[in-house]
Every structure is written in structure tokens, then in C-alpha cells.
Design a protein around this ligand. Structure first.
Ligand code: AMP
Length: 204
């Protein structure tokens, strides 16, 4: 089962992917996470990507395509995977078609008005990787001091990221609609309700 979780920044792709990987025992492949890990390790690729990411721009296609091609060859992808944040351009989608068979694209639909508040309040636990929101989903059993804000979750970068989404990423949805692979899900609800719907769509 090869799935794409599609949606604007802050639509809940990462949150849902983490629930689905538990349920289906397949990996979440997030190009954003892979890039952030490269930045943390201060690799050449990471330092190059950081400039684009911090400014809210997309990293060049050739860079993320190389990362994905390598990642999909790893053993844990044999049973399937959940792509989170890839593809983000039509060129990336065309590339993906050459190296993978995508079964379904699940598009999480969240109103634009909610996105900025969702993203600027988003925090990630440095210890567990869990995603929280300072207002809507504060941590219960984690130390608030362990929570970090992503460098590109500032209001200024979010506005740029939403522009990139509209101009470069939304056309990807049409690409998959033409292939009849898209299911749109209301992403502006309680996360558990959304997960239930996703499992309904993907099957037990
Ligand atoms: P994310 O964690 O998915 O929100 O991604 C964070 C940032 O990483 C994005 O704003 C981009 O700068 C970069 N990025 C992640 N995935 C891609 C991709 N598929 N294509 C280009 N840039 C990406």
C-alpha cells in the first residue's frame, strides 16, 4: 500500500501519518523530516537545503528526488509506505511515477484561515518527535521545555510556504485527480475522527 498524504502546510499530514504507520506498520517518509535530519547533522546537502527551507521556499526538485529515490529502495518500504510532503511539484510527481506505484492520494482539506494559527502554535517534542499545538493540543505527559518550534514555522515563512503551496503544489492534486487516485478528507476536525475516516478509506 503506497499512499501519499497531501495537503497544505499545517493540514495535519505529519500527525495523521504517525497514526497510520502504527496501524499499518509501514514507514512514514517525510522529505521535510529527512531534510531537517540532514540540517541537524550539518551535511552539505542539509546546509544547502536550510537556506530554502528557512525562507519558506521549496528545496530544488533534483535534491528531493535524489533523497526519495534512495529512501524508497530501503528494505522497510517493501510492504508500502506513507509519503508525507512529497511530491510537492508536478515534476516530482512525474518522477515518482517512474520509480513507484502510488495506490491512493489522500488530500487533507483545511480552510486557509486556520492554517497560520495551526502552524505558528505547532511545537515538536525534541524527545519523542510528537507534534503538539500550544493551544489546541498541549502536551499532558511531556515537559513543555522539551518542545521546540520549527525554524520555518514563523508567520513570515508560513506566508511564503502557503504561496509555494498554491503555485507549485496544488497542481499536483490535479495531476492525481486525472489519474482518479484522489480522496479528499475534511482535515478540520478532531485528529482521531480524521484517522478513523482514513482507516475506513484504506481498509483494515
Ligand atoms: P514539511 O516538513 O513537509 O513542511 O517541509 C518543510 C520544508 O522542507 C518545506 O517548506 C520545503 O522547504 C522543504 N521540503 C520538504 N519536502 C519538499 C519537497 N517535496 N520539495 C521541495 N521542498 C521540500
Amino acid at each position: 500500500m503506497n499512499i501519499i498524504l497531501f495537503g497544505a502546510p499545517g493540514a495535519g499530514k505529519g500527525t495523521q501519518a504517525k497514526k497510520l504507520i502504527e496501524k499499518y506498520d509501514i514507514p512514514q517518509i517525510s522529505t521535510g523530516d529527512i531534510l531537517r535530519a540532514a540540517i541537524a547533522k550539518q551535511t552539505k546537502l542539509g546546509l544547502e537545503a536550510k537556506k530554502f527551507m528557512d525562507a519558506g521556499n521549496l528545496v530544488p526538485d533534483s535534491v528531493v528526488m535524489g533523497l526519495i529515490e534512495e529512501r524508497l529502495q530501503e528494505k522497510d518500504c517493501e510492504k508500502g509506505y506513507i509519503l508525507d510532503g512529497f511530491p510537492r511539484t508536478v515534476a516530482q510527481a512525474e518522477f515518482l511515477d517512474k520509480v513507484a506505484n502510488i495506490d491512493k492520494v489522500i488530500a487533507l482539506d483545511v480552510p486557509k484561515s486556520a492554517i497560520v494559527e495551526r502552524i505558528t502554535g505547532r511545537r515538536t517534542s525534541a524527545k519523542t518527535g510528537k507534534i503538539y499545538h500550544i493551544k489546541f493540543n498541549p502536551p499532558v505527559d511531556e515537559n513543555p521545555e522539551d518542545l521546540i518550534q520549527r525554524a520555518d514555522d514563523t508567520e513570515e515563512a508560513v506566508i511564503k510556504r502557503l504561496e509555494a503551496y498554491d503555485n507549485q503544489t496544488l497542481p499536483v492534486l490535479d495531476y492525481y485527480k486525472k489519474k482518479d487516485k484522489v480522496v479528499v478528507v475534511d482535515g478540520y476536525r478532531n485528529p482521531d475522527e480524521i484517522t478513523k475516516d482514513l482507516i475506513g478509506i484504506l481498509g483494515e
